[in-house]
Write a protein that binds this ligand. Sequence first.
Ligand SMILES: *[C@@H]1O[C@H](CO)[C@@H](O)[C@H](O)[C@H]1NC(C)=O
Ligand SMILES: *[C@@H]1O[C@H](CO)[C@@H](O)[C@H](O)[C@H]1NC(C)=O
Ligand SMILES: *[C@@H]1O[C@H](CO)[C@@H](O)[C@H](O)[C@H]1NC(C)=O
Ligand SMILES: *[C@@H]1O[C@H](CO)[C@@H](O)[C@H](O)[C@H]1NC(C)=O
Ligand SMILES: *[C@@H]1O[C@H](CO)[C@@H](O)[C@H](O)[C@H]1NC(C)=O
Ligand SMILES: *[C@@H]1O[C@H](CO)[C@@H](O)[C@H](O)[C@H]1NC(C)=O
Ligand SMILES: *[C@@H]1O[C@H](CO)[C@@H](O)[C@H](O)[C@H]1NC(C)=O
Ligand SMILES: *[C@@H]1O[C@H](CO)[C@@H](O)[C@H](O)[C@H]1NC(C)=O
Ligand SMILES: *[C@@H]1O[C@H](CO)[C@@H](O)[C@H](O)[C@H]1NC(C)=O
Ligand SMILES: *[C@@H]1O[C@H](CO)[C@@H](O)[C@H](O)[C@H]1NC(C)=O
Length: 393
Amino acid sequence: MAAANARKYCRDLCHSCCVCGFVVIFCLTILFLIAFFIFSLIFLPQEPKFTITNASLTQFNLSTATAANSGHNKLLIYKLSLNITLRNPNKKVGFYFDRVKVMANYSKKRFALVTLNNTTPFYQGRKNTTILHNVVLEGQQTMSFKEKDDEQYKLEISSGVYSIDVKLALRLKIRFGKIKTGHLKPPTINCNNLKLPLLSSNGNENNGHFKKPKFTITDTSLTQFNLSATNSNSNNKLLIYKLPLNVTFGNPNNKVGFYFDRVRVIANYRKKRFALVTLNNTTPFYQGRKNTTVLHNVVLEGQQTMSFKEKDDEHYELETSSGVYSIDVKLALKLRVRYGKIKTEYFKPPTIDCNNLKLSLSNHNDHRENYGGLNFKPVKCKNIGIFTSGEVY
Ligand SMILES: *[C@@H]1O[C@H](CO)[C@@H](O)[C@H](O)[C@H]1NC(C)=O
Ligand SMILES: *[C@@H]1O[C@H](CO)[C@@H](O)[C@H](O)[C@H]1NC(C)=O
Ligand SMILES: *[C@@H]1O[C@H](CO)[C@@H](O)[C@H](O)[C@H]1NC(C)=O
Ligand SMILES: *[C@@H]1O[C@H](CO)[C@@H](O)[C@H](O)[C@H]1NC(C)=O
Ligand SMILES: *[C@@H]1O[C@H](CO)[C@@H](O)[C@H](O)[C@H]1NC(C)=O
Ligand SMILES: *[C@@H]1O[C@H](CO)[C@@H](O)[C@H](O)[C@H]1NC(C)=O
Ligand SMILES: *[C@@H]1O[C@H](CO)[C@@H](O)[C@H](O)[C@H]1NC(C)=O
Ligand SMILES: *[C@@H]1O[C@H](CO)[C@@H](O)[C@H](O)[C@H]1NC(C)=O
Ligand SMILES: *[C@@H]1O[C@H](CO)[C@@H](O)[C@H](O)[C@H]1NC(C)=O
Ligand SMILES: *[C@@H]1O[C@H](CO)[C@@H](O)[C@H](O)[C@H]1NC(C)=O
């Protein structure tokens, strides 16, 4: 009896042991999952972000003359320089970049691969941005071209713009606080379909294919430019201004058109911005080949608090007594370039400078010859980096 009881007790004990153990394991699993979920929420890294910030193609020459079985084998001689920006958007995660390989394809065939041995390995900390300057892909490669690839190449020669795919293959470790992962090879990062104009090797001139568009301030009249003290803070002055402008865009190219998606006109006095207008009424517009577009009566008008130092005040007083003010006008554009049938993506070239306009105040009733001072000479704008720089998307 006692033995039977003991056996029963034992069975119960075993049974409850099992249940208990099961419950404990179950609970632990749930806890682990919750912990993992919280850990992931806190630590799960966002991917590093890559942007090709500059690209310049200075050689891209396909020659038919290759060895014996010539047929479809072509020799491609190329030089492509890139600046690649890597940004780590994470607050708690760092990346060890062990190896960075940069590859380029043309017509879906690889022609270049470099391993960045000089700049890698490197560590990129939290919220950091690293620029890989002047990654140069240069050399020659035999390409097995089909007829359709040849046709594509011929089309692109005539437009002077080549579609190139750039790829990045990485080997990296991820660091979460004090924990480091092993080596990982994430999937290849694609920056496909860059439309790159072929530049001459000095990078600035446009190889006969392209001429920079021209921007000119053709007329202006400063009708108000009044600086007055604000009560609160003696360094802050209120500038009341009215500056109408006529801006001329000239496209000297025979085969190239521009889609101006956005045009912003900015004005600075003493290197401080006092006006910005976005020309919503006249943009977007397309400017075809050999065309000249005049943006009439772009009016910068309003008031702006300026934080002026004593020097700036003195300068303003000097200019007031001479009656002529020096004002810098800038154009910030967003545009696409069209080469024949090929269009680039939208990009933002560096701001165009129409600096040091010498403007005398004219009152509203002045006759035409007083606009912009007695003889306002058109001012040609500088720093036109449309074919050579700017962001490539
Ligand atoms: C391409 O190479 C050939 C042969 O080397 C040369 O004759 C030709 O001028 C080159 N073209 C360009 C655009 O560099
Ligand atoms: C990359 O950046 C450097 C310095 O910012 C500049 O001198 C160089 O021209 C750029 N490279 C390309 C291909 O634009
Ligand atoms: C790039 O070239 C490689 C090798 O020729 C090829 O395997 C790959 O599919 C190409 N990628 C693309 C997107 O064209
Ligand atoms: C970079 O290193 C790899 C192997 O580590 C090597 O195969 C390659 O030739 C090197 N490249 C350069 C440009 O030194
Ligand atoms: C980014 O990393 C570089 C090199 O590790 C360092 O010099 C720089 O201060 C870092 N910048 C920021 C914003 O953390
Ligand atoms: C700009 O052009 C228009 C029309 O041609 C003209 O009436 C105006 O006086 C010009 N000048 C300014 C400063 O707007
Ligand atoms: C500038 O504004 C002040 C105050 O509004 C006014 O008294 C003064 O006459 C104005 N000067 C000019 C040149 O318009
Ligand atoms: C032009 O459009 C931008 C955004 O598209 C807007 O912020 C701005 O206020 C507009 N300007 C005018 C003068 O309507
Ligand atoms: C310039 O473009 C405008 C608008 O597209 C068009 O009306 C005009 O005829 C063009 N002028 C020339 C010289 O092609
Ligand atoms: C590269 O891009 C930067 C920033 O956009 C620009 O200042 C620089 O002039 C560009 N360089 C070339 C060679 O295009």
